[in-house]
Design a protein around this ligand. Sequence first.
Ligand code: GLV
Ligand code: GLV
Length: 329
Amino acid sequence: MKKKVFLTRSIFPEAIERLLQFAEIEVWSENCPPPVEVLIQKAAEVDGMLTMLTDPINANVIHIGKQNHLKVISQMAVGFDNIDVPSATSAGIPVGNTPGVLTETTADLAWALLMAAARRVVEGNNEVHQGIWRPWGPDVMCGRDVYGATLGLIGFGRIGQAMAARAKGFNMKVLYTQRHRDLDAEKKLGANFVTLIDLLQQSDFISLHAYLSPETKGMIGASQFEEMKPGVILINTARGAMIDQEALYQNLLAGRVAAAGLDVSDPEPISKDSPLLSLPNVVITPHIGSASIQTRKRMAMMTVGNIEAGLTGNPLPYCVNPEAYSNRK
Ligand code: GLV
Ligand code: GLV
């Protein structure tokens, strides 16, 4: 009998076809993520779960899965902060993700936000669409130069490094901070390792590229904004919860932060009443960093590859908790 897999969203037809070669599937067909009650119910019934970053795969879901026959959780994202990985690890359930394939696509979006925020592309566009084309003037819609400016990268993994590669073409000075110094990447990309404080004090643009974790949650708050250069531009394509949004709002309002480019928010979707949405200097997109057709197809195929390995008891090609294998019965 074929193993059963629950998909929390429909994915590309090619990936579904592949999945059907070795599994029986059930797909949540609504446009919003399944509620946690549904996830718990499915965890009791299936061998594999194919999840999105919007699904709360908490300790309850995993506990029920372990009591039954859940063998693998395969997430179609590089981030996995929505999954209680420690619980999965102690339950002996491997968790897969999709690193690498979305790196350049996500850096492209981060770069688009950086350029748009710096040069007020969306503000200008909105005015013209509203019938307001202000006559050319020496001080009309002036933004900030990207070329030659200093870019501070918080997180210098795959995506952070892809940002540094883009910055090279703009003759930018690149600073980065993270737990471990990466001498090879530094050398290749001409980036400088600094402390967070130095990065905050010296950067004209700051862009976040770390995983959300207890250490990075709320890492940019009121006191970090105080260290930043007046007129700094902040870009976040990582996770919304890394920034204290109220402090961001206050600093944007006061003009200390000139603009923000955000692809993520906390919570998501952002509340319609969020004061951030009242500010013209906030460019915001709905978590679409990896959203190119080519990349989403690659992510879907990787996710299916992880499911297949998990169902057949093989190591997942892309596993975030390989320690899980030693906890298996
Ligand atoms: C997107 O945010 C991802 O983690 O893939
Ligand atoms: C983090 O998600 C990275 O790939 O840099």
